[in-house]
Design a protein around this ligand. Structure first.
Ligand SMILES: Cc1cc2nc3c(=O)[nH]c(=O)nc-3n(C[C@H](O)[C@H](O)[C@H](O)COP(=O)(O)OP(=O)(O)OC[C@H]3O[C@@H](n4cnc5c(N)ncnc54)[C@H](O)[C@@H]3O)c2cc1C
Length: 448
């Protein structure tokens, strides 16, 4: 690609609008967790988000199942993610299989597969039904709001991070663009939770650029889900033909292209998946939005005409946020590999865990920028490892560890990279989160 022509920016002075101990950039699952954990540990925290709501892909991206939370029967992702689930349940906006339904069997498969509560990594059908939680995106926004406000976090929405303020290799704050113009926010420690490594990359942290399919998620309303399920199970051959046609129109979907949600008659469609788009290029993201909406319109017309249960369906919404799974990934103090995830490798400095895998503190630390921690889907993992270790719950546990690490650094006056992982582990436990310090029986030991 040819380098475009440039214009010189005049040197500007930017008003300082905020000072904090910990500045979290990005209000998705990881960022909200980091902000809340740091604030609950006594730090003065500011959370910056480009969009008018918190929640990231879990709200604006309408990613509506929390999964990758269990190792066998054990629930491994705990702490703030568990608290968010409890709050959603109190609002009646979360659904998960009861204990007795978490097993293998066609009866429970029929009951729970269309909620997305099957172990999608297991081979063969029926896959085991596991603990996973279907939830509502506006419920997620509300719970995120409540968590940060109750913790005393200063929230600044409508603020796009644009530049880091770096002095002598140390991050001092960031500049955001907003309706109010450019604004500077100064701080002691930054947590980059943008998902695309915006802050760390701009600050010069080594990273790689991965790629994965993107998705324009949507929801349909007025679906008779019981009629649709009766047809699926009573007429499997005809169902198979129609389902394949729908998937052809979508041009990319998982096995179940629609799933139930806590709102009756409203289904979540985690599709169409589209490849070949670079989610760091405006031109590609624009093209993906247009192509996704075109495919959605064509599958809706087909569903209304052909699919039992969908005759009177309508489009509720297309996610306001493009479904981006992977872009920049930190090349940090340790780079988690696919083997580490698959072998469930344990690390002495494990500070958080996902399904059955462990994340070392070093994978949250850039190599050459001080007072910066990253948390979330852009953490230091190779692209193949990230694909299988980036679900919402583990990102939240990572955020919690990052927020705690920042608060511990402040308290002791240490650089964030010098915080003792054992202290993070203890503080995680004190906040009700499992830091993964005690390996499960099926974990591979740390390399010497
Ligand atoms: C289509 C799709 C389906 C998925 N399915 C599932 C699933 O079923 N279950 C599951 O658990 N996970 C699923 N995932 C993965 C999961 O959604 C993400 O990995 C997870 O949300 C990552 O959380 P995060 O906080 O790291 O990043 P994000 O959720 O991306 O949040 C990043 C936040 O930072 C903000 N931000 C970004 N740049 C800036 C900036 N420059 N300035 C200010 N703010 C900024 C964003 O607006 C956003 O709020 C799916 C992902 C996609 C895309």
């Amino acid at each position: 690609m040819a380098t475009p022509p440039t214009v010189a920016d005049a040197t500007r002075s930017t008003p300082v609008v905020d000072r904090s101990d910990v500045l979290v950039v990005g209000g998705g699952p990881a960022g909200v967790s980091a902000a809340v954990a740091a604030a609950r540990s006594g730090a003065r925290v500011t959370l910056v988000e480009r969009y008018p709501y918190l929640g990231g892909l879990a709200s604006g991206g309408m990613v509506l199942v929390l999964d990758d939370m269990v190792n066998g029967a054990e629930i491994t992702t705990t702490g703030l993610v568990g608290e968010a689930i409890e709050r959603l349940e109190k609002l009646g906006l979360a659904v998960s299989p009861p204990h007795e339904d978490r097993r293998v069997g066609w009866d429970v498969w029929r009951k729970w597969a269309r909620w997305g509560c099957n172990d999608f990594r297991a081979r063969g059908k029926p896959q085991p039904i596991v603990y996973a939680v279907a939830f509502d995106p506006d419920g997620w926004k509300r719970v995120s709001d409540d968590l940060v406000v109750e913790s005393g976090v200063t929230v600044r929405l409508h603020s796009w991070f644009s530049e880091p303020i770096v002095e002598d290799g140390r991050l001092r704050g960031v500049v955001v663009e907003s309706k109010s113009g450019r604004q500077a926010l100064l701080t002691e420690i930054v947590v980059d939770a943008t998902g695309d490594l915006d802050v760390a990359a701009r600050a010069g942290a080594p990273h790689v650029v991965g790629a994965y399919m993107v998705t324009t998620v949507f929801r349909l309303g007025n679906v008779d889900t019981e009629a649709a399920l009766r047809f699926e199970y009573d007429h499997p051959a005809e169902f198979g033909v129609l389902d394949r046609q729908a998937k052809r129109l979508l041009g990319g979907a998982w096995d179940s292209w629609w799933l139930k949600t806590p709102l009756p008659g409203i289904v979540w469609c985690n599709c169409p998946h589209m490849t070949g788009y670079d989610a760091l290029r405006v031109e590609d993201m624009t093209a993906a939005e247009l192509e996704g909406r075109r495919r959605i319109a064509s599958v809706i017309a087909f569903a209304r005409a052909e699919l039992p249960g969908f005759a009177h369906c309508y489009l509720v919404d297309v996610a306001p946020q493009l479904g981006v799974r992977q872009t920049r990934l930190l090349a940090g103090e340790y780079v988690v590999t696919k083997e580490d995830v698959l072998e469930r490798r344990h690390f002495r400095d494990t500070v958080c865990r996902g399904r059955d895998y462990y994340t070392p503190y070093r994978a949250l630390l850039p190599r050459n920028v001080d007072q910066l921690i990253v948390a979330g889907r852009h953490y230091s993992a190779d692209p193949q490892a990230q694909k299988i270790s980036r679900e919402i719950p583990p990102c939240m546990v990572q955020g919690q560890a990052a927020g705690i690490a920042a608060a511990l650094a402040l308290r002791s006056g240490a650089r964030v990279r010098d915080v003792d992982p054992a202290a993070i582990q203890r503080a995680m436990r004190a906040q009700g989160a499992d830091p993964g310090d005690i390996p499960s029986a099926n974990a591979a030991p740390a390399r010497p």
